[in-house]
Design a protein around this ligand. Structure first.
Ligand SMILES: [Zn+2]
Length: 347
């Protein structure tokens, strides 16, 4: 088992301030029920760490370049030994140290599906679920976007394209990009323009009027670099960006599957856990000006790529973020004891 504290580089300052005792890594069992297949994937992931095929590396903070962190969790919901930190300068919650980009690539190619995706994924039902998400996004953006031609929409992380399909039902032209060929193939059968790859790799000759990232940025190693690529595609002052991420501030209040349990939201596939403020920082650094943003976190911004900048530092803000996380944990502990007993442990 790695000692993340002692492995921090000399110019890093790191302390352990766990949200609660159950955030320690003690093989105490997962926070969510796991199938046999998930348990196998968990074991395989731990083996990759133990055999040093995957290496955890400390990074300065994405937003403020800071090197002062508090480790708030030493495990995730699957009881994997991955640390989560809060930056003690800007308050960004992040996986740190975390795997190298190549390790993540390998993880997504080999273990991610077994750990995160249902064994028998019902693609038509998944597509319908994506359409319902499209309906919600369309409602959020109703007054901002003209959904008719010649509007062009680019969705990054499109999956099977159900969301894109819904957004384009009044004639806007859509392009969806993602990596998983089985999802893409399903959407292509419905005549959607779905392409395999990342935003910087594909030759997208059109300038999109709207780019959609739903539950994508929290998986990326460098969401600022990603957003810079996105804003570079847009016309300055015109291109719109819709970003939605799971919001750490909304864990207790938003209707969700996690029942107010912060531990259930911590997962080794997530590199960042955004609040309204930390996502705003990342959007601004990526070259976007924010029009509106809420705690869920959903946001609409406009591309101003030549104005991309470092954000002002939010010194001491981490105290408020950490207090918020502790309050979420306290509320959960006060109300969910019966709920927890029903969860199974890994075999
Ligand atoms: Zn920071």
């Amino acid at each position: 088992m790695s000692d993340f504290l002692s492995e921090a580089p000399g110019d890093f300052s790191v302390e352990i301030e766990l949200i609660g005792a159950r955030y320690a890594y003690e093989n105490a069992g997962p926070a969510v029920p796991m199938t046999k297949r998930q348990c196998e994937a968990r074991k395989a992931f731990i083996a990759q760490l133990e055999e040093n095929h995957y290496a955890m590396v400390w990074r300065p903070c994405l937003v403020c370049d800071g090197k002062w962190f508090a480790i708030i969790a030493l495990r995730d919901r699957y009881d994997l030994p991955v640390p989560t930190c809060i930056c003690r300068e800007c308050g960004l919650v992040q996986a740190n140290p975390r795997m190298r980009p190549g390790d993540y690539e390998d993880f997504y190619a080999t273990l991610y599906r077994d750990l995160y995706v249902e064994e028998t994924l019902d693609l038509p039902a998944f597509f319908k679920k994506q359409e319902r998400i499209g309906k919600r996004i369309r409602q959020y953006l109703a007054d901002d976007v003209d959904w008719r031609p010649p509007t062009r929409i680019l969705e990054v992380g499109t999956g099977a394209g159900g969301t894109l399909d819904y957004l384009c039902r009044d004639g806007a032209r859509g392009i969806g990009i993602d990596f998983d060929e089985s999802y893409l193939a399903f959407g292509r059968k419905r005549w959607l323009d779905l392409r395999r790859g990342a935003i910087g790799e594909l030759d997208i000759s059109v300038r999109p009027d709207l780019i959609v990232y739903r539950h994508v940025l929290e998986h990326l190693d460098d969401p600022v670099a990603e957003l810079k690529r996105a804003s570079a595609l847009c016309r300055r002052g015109k291109g719109m960006l819709y970003v939605e991420v799971p919001g750490v501030d909304a864990i207790s209040t938003a209707p969700s599957r996690v029942g107010g349990d912060l531990l259930k939201t911590i997962q080794n596939a997530h590199t960042y856990y955004f609040s309204r403020k930390s996502l705003a920082n990342v959007l601004m650094m990526g070259g976007f000006r924010i029009r509106r943003i809420d705690e869920q976190v959903r946001s609409l911004s406009i591309a101003y790529h030549d104005k991309a900048r470092k954000t002002p530092k939010f010194r001491e803000d981490w105290r408020a973020v950490l207090a918020g996380l502790r309050a979420i944990e306290e509320r959960y502990q006060a109300g969910a004891d019966t709920d927890r007993e029903t969860l199974s442990r890994p075999e």
